[in-house]
Design a protein. Sequence first.
Length: 199
Amino acid sequence: MAQILGIYGSPRKGGNSDILLDALLASARDAGAETTVLYSRKLKIHGCLECGGCDETGTCVIRDDMDQVYEAISRASAVVLSSPVFFYGFPSELKALVDRCQALWSGRLLRKQGAARKVYDSGTGWLLAVGASRGENLFSGCELAARYFCDALDREYRGGLFYRRVEKKGAISDHPTALSEARALGGRIALELSQHLET
């Protein structure tokens, strides 16, 4: 069965990005996918030490809750990040998780050389992001981080859903299209994964 990992990146429980990912994953389950969730705000994750310990092994030297993140990522066919925008980037809890995937990048470099690195064998990655302002580049930082996070995970970054001018807790529920679009994306991801398993 196709498995989708949802990573909740907001420090605020029940916030707008949480609501979006809830809708996406519920729709994916309705379409037959299995889902797993992680909440960055509940995990005890130390920041990357940039010690180089993973360079020769592809394994992080730090033992903490990131171990369960690595395990969940390895089982998933698709990974979906959800996040609010903090100063044009991810909140610190989610950023620590992303940074610690340097070990997975090191492992990918050990397994693949040259042109092989342009091929993604581990599935897909997606991003849901919500920001309060209307800035043209509001999502640029988060999307770049998500793209290279997916690269480290050996996954094709497929984009996602992005909503401006949403700040008050729960305000995304009043957006005219956001929840229906999140549900549609969840169904689409589940269908794509199901079709891939059949081939």
